[in-house]
Design a protein around this ligand. Structure first.
Ligand SMILES: Cc1cc2nc3c(=O)[nH]c(=O)nc-3n(C[C@H](O)[C@H](O)[C@H](O)COP(=O)(O)O)c2cc1C
Length: 178
């Protein structure tokens, strides 16, 4: 099984990158994991770029197309997802008749250092993925107080760790080719 990981933060020491690592660690042995970490190189979506996309857009679409399932991990920025992540999903959702993201199961996770659980960003991400015709799982995982939840990059809190494992098990069962 091929899994593509998208993380909506490129910040060094990103809590969401640490959460993505916890999700990847929960994938079964033998899973091929790819990570597209060039969100900041993508130009803003323009329909002029659809027919003859810049190389970085073509690379994103190809990576999404190769994946049987997606792990999408987002910070919460002003109650939503960062623009760079939304932009990547916009690119992957077009051309409409041949979109790479169409039909891809997706696990949604978010981490924030605040006491909130980034629920607004998770809800927005689920809605965006649905409209893009991906198949986000009903359940999502939010990690609050991320500066305490991760110790040396490890998600130590057992409740969150168990939730991540359950989410990824669900994703794998959705993403296994028939
Ligand atoms: C522009 C901006 C807006 C933010 N808005 C929110 C917010 O609405 N809710 C929240 O929980 N955290 C908010 N934060 C704090 C982020 O959750 C925090 O910076 C987080 O560490 C970013 O994720 P990262 O660690 O993966 O880079 C905001 C941060 C920035 C830079």
């Amino acid at each position: 099984m091929n899994v593509l990981v998208l993380v909506g933060s490129t910040r060094p020491d990103s809590f969401n990158a640490q959460l993505a690592a916890a999700a990847v660690a929960a994938l079964p042995e033998g899973t091929t994991v790819e990570r597209f970490d060039r969100l900041n190189e993508l130009p803003f979506y323009s329909d002029e770029g659809d027919a003859n996309p810049p190389a970085v857009v073509a690379d994103l679409r190809a990576a999404v197309g190769r994946a049987e399932a997606l792990v999408v991990v987002t910070p919460e920025f002003n109650a939503s997802v960062p623009a760079a992540l939304k932009n990547a999903i916009d690119w992957a959702s077009r051309p409409y008749d041949d979109s790479s993201i169409n039909g891809k199961p997706a696990a949604v996770l978010a981490a924030t250092p605040t006491p909130g659980d980034a629920g607004s960003a998770r809800d927005h991400l689920v809605a965006i993925l649905r409209r893009a015709r991906a198949l986000p799982l009903e359940t999502t995982v939010g990690v609050s107080a991320a500066h305490e939840a991760f110790v040396s990059g490890e998600l130590t809190d057992p409740t969150h760790a168990t939730a991540v494992e359950a989410l990824i098990a669900n994703l794998v069962s959705e993403g296994v080719p028939a």
